[in-house]
Design a protein around this ligand. Structure first.
Ligand code: MG
Length: 205
């Protein structure tokens, strides 16, 4: 009798284990990124690192030109772009995806003027906004609402990126060739400080 009971218990345990592993496999499968979304996110990681590289180049250029404040502003910008890349990498990992770090293209090394650099910044951020919007549309098409949700932070962030570049462009245009005006802009941009973005600080909790 005991032997029979043992056989039945073993049978039930094996059945339950099979069901559990089947359930976990299904769960993992449904949580996985589609190839299209994973590719788009990996492209975005590359674009964010390229952005970081671009702003680092601008920072070095202005340091060399004697504008320590503008150099500081772009250095903070450089760190923020690396953070953007990290947020995307963390997200890919959290969905059991594969992060693919690709080659980073070379960036420009000089600009005609302060205005030229900030206009290039605005133009670049507008391109990034379009890229984020494209992934957002793809996430909706693929019914990947978790990715869409993660992108919401970036949608707001891009509004800020474009707004701050535009505000600096307005000031640079306002002062024109006035040396004192340029000095004051350099002082103002020198006051910018770096703070880790909320998706990264929240992840550390
Ligand atoms: Mg960015």
């Amino acid at each position: 009798m005991n032997k029979l009971r043992g056989i039945i218990v073993n049978f039930v345990v094996i059945r339950l284990r099979t069901l559990k592993s089947l359930f976990l496999t299904t769960l993992k499968f449904t949580n996985m990124l589609t190839q299209k979304i994973q590719d788009a996110l990996n492209n975005q990681v590359n674009a964010e690192i390229w952005s970081a590289y671009l702003y680092l180049s601008m920072s070095c250029y202005f340091e060399n030109e004697g504008y320590a404040g503008i150099a500081n502003w772009f250095k903070v910008q450089w760190k923020e772009e690396l953070d953007h890349a990290e947020i995307f990498m963390n997200y890919i990992n959290s969905r059991s995806g594969r992060v693919e770090l690709k080659a980073i293209d070379a960036v420009p090394t000089e600009w005609k003027s302060i205005l030229d650099a900030f206009e290039a910044t605005l133009e670049h951020e507008q391109k990034v906004t379009a890229m984020i919007n494209d992934i957002y549309s793809l996430a909706e098409a693929e019914k990947d609402y978790a990715t869409r949700d993660r992108l919401n932070w970036f949608v707001s962030e891009q509004v800020e990126e474009e707004e701050s570049a535009r505000a600096i462009i307005d000031k640079v245009k306002m002062v024109g060739d006035n040396g004192m005006g340029r000095y004051m802009i350099d002082q103002e941009l020198g006051a910018r400080t770096y703070a880790a973005p909320s998706p990264l600080t929240a992840a550390e909790d």
